[in-house]
Structure formats: structure tokens, C-alpha cells
Design a protein around this ligand. Sequence first.
Ligand SMILES: Cc1ncc(C[n+]2csc(CCOP(=O)(O)OP(=O)(O)O)c2C)c(N)n1
Length: 338
Amino acid sequence: MTPTTPTTSAELAVDAATLRRLYRVMARIRHFEIGAARLMAGGRLPGTLHVSIGQEAVAAGVCDVLRRDDHITTTHRGHGHCIAKGGEPKAMVAELLGRETGYCGGRSGSMHIADPSAGILGANAIVGAGIPIALGGAFAAARRARGGVSVAFFGEGAVAQGVFHESLNLAALWRLPIVFVCENNLYAELTPVSVHLAAGRVADHAAPYGIPGVRVDGNDVIAVRSAAGEAVGRAREGGGPSLLECMTYRWHGHFEGDPQQYREAAEVARWKDADPLKRLAAAVAGDPEAAAGLEAIEAEARQEFAAAVAAAEAEPPAPVASVSSHVYRRPVRGGAFG
Ligand SMILES: Cc1ncc(C[n+]2csc(CCOP(=O)(O)OP(=O)(O)O)c2C)c(N)n1
């Protein structure tokens, strides 16, 4: 992995405002995840937590080329995608902390966050299960014919699931406006990719379905944005689906508390050197307009998370009696259950 050589935003063919916007989104994700991990370590956050520290460039780069009414689905490691797509950290934190103002009334926690108003069709605890939901979003977008696009985010652990292949097949047959974005972070739980995927490259799964498949450096936000821009543009114009494989790495364990006996500290350290935020900061160092105030952006991001925690912790926990709300459907007279 070679960090991008410092250059100017003109050479990067991306304007200073875009570079700063990308940095801000990555910083907001980074500080949300660091903060959430600390809350869990301190016993203030119930449930299980999977953070995406180190993978921020994928969420930021892809969502930067999406419209608010485009759809995404995400996974158990989905906070970054939700933030990048326009989800509200305040409602996300309230959900993580089991408060009624959370996205799901505090009943679901980290792995079910959804915000249809921002096009977020949901995180999903079942590996691969978000992919066909995004496919449905793409089908709906095609029917509406307003140029909408759907993006399915998933880890490489989902690629051996049948539904990944079924979805690529249908998307290709019907030329649906969808981009399949695989975040290949080299591990599925404790298992390295070399042991669980027969095809060395996820992107190679595109060819049998006759769709474009591209592998990019997923820690280079500009490269991700550029590849995603091409795939999303093609989908919007009726050119059909694409598969994008973003090579990246999670700095933390699979879940918070994971003893991580399956990987070497030196490997983690190598990937920390390829930190997507530091790489973008280095890339814009020669451009005073783009580089100004990156520390202030970081401070704002930390403050955003702290304010969300303070607001959530000032509220009472969601009432236990609400636990079954929205689970059972009230019988309809004369209907199937009436
Ligand atoms: C269908 C299914 N099988 C197994 C699991 C248990 N499980 C949870 S996360 C995970 C690994 C996912 O790896 P990957 O898709 O690469 O995502 P990452 O955790 O690396 O972001 C597994 C096997 C599950 N949640 N769903």
C-alpha cells in the first residue's frame, strides 16, 4: 500500500471545497466511532458494537456522489455509511444508548439504524441481507424513472452468500441502477479472506454477469470517489449495475472486546500508516485553500459526538413496555388475520 504523494487539489482534479467536504465526513465518522468504542469500553453502551475506524474513505467517497433520494443499505458495521449518507449522529447515538429519540425508538441499537428520509434503507445484522434490499431500491428507482440509484455496502464476507450472486444476476439481467460496493477489509470475523473466498479478487465476480468490476484503493478517498462517480453515473444514465471492490482494513477487532488473536500487531500498524484521513491531509498539504483548518474540522467532529451523547444521556432510557412496538401487526378486520 503506497500513500498518495502530496499534491494540490488542482492536480487531484477535485476542487478544494470537495476535498474539505470529504475530510469533514471522514472526521465525523472517525470521531463517532472512537466515541462509541469508548462508551462501550466504559460500560455506558449496551449490546454489541462493530466500528469502522480505518474504513472511512469508502463511505465518504461513495456517498459524496449520491443524491439524498438515492438509496443505500449497509451492514453490522454501518455507522460510517449512515453518517456519510446524511443520517443524524444525534439520533444514531440516542439509538445506540437505548433512548426513545433514537432512530428506532431505542429498541434496536447499532445494527438496525435506518432513515428512509435520507435514503438509508437500513443496517442489517445478517451478512449479505442488505444486498437484495438495495436491489429492491434499484428496481423501484428504475420504475420511477427519475434517475435514482441504489448502493449496497457489504463486506467481503457476504460474497460467498448465494444472495450476492442472485442479486448480481438479476441486476445485470434487468440493467438495474445499482452499485455493489464491497468493503474488502481482509477479514470476516476472525477468518482471513484467503481462507474464505475462492476468487482472489471480489471485483472478478462481475465478469460472469457481464457488468463492470473495479478494484480500488479503499483508503484513498479520491480514488473511491472517482470510481464510484463513474459507476453511479453509468447507473443513473441507464447503463446498469457495477461492482466496486474497495481494499481497506478495520483498525479495531471484529467487535469491541475482540481479543484479535488471529492477526499480527505489525499488520495493524502497517495499515494505520495508510490512514485515509492522514493520506488526504498529506495529499492537500500543498494547497493552502484545501488544507486550512483541518484541525478545526476534527474538533467540530469530536464536539458533534460529545453533544449527541450529552443529549441522549439527559433523556431517560426507552420504556421497557415499548420493546414489542412495531413488532406485531394489529389484526385487520376481514383481512388475512381478521
Ligand atoms: C448469514 C450470517 N452468517 C453469519 C453471521 C455472523 N457474522 C457476523 S459478522 C460476520 C463476518 C462479516 O464479515 P464481512 O462481511 O467481511 O464484514 P466485516 O465484519 O469485515 O465488516 C459473520 C460471519 C451473520 N451475522 N449472518
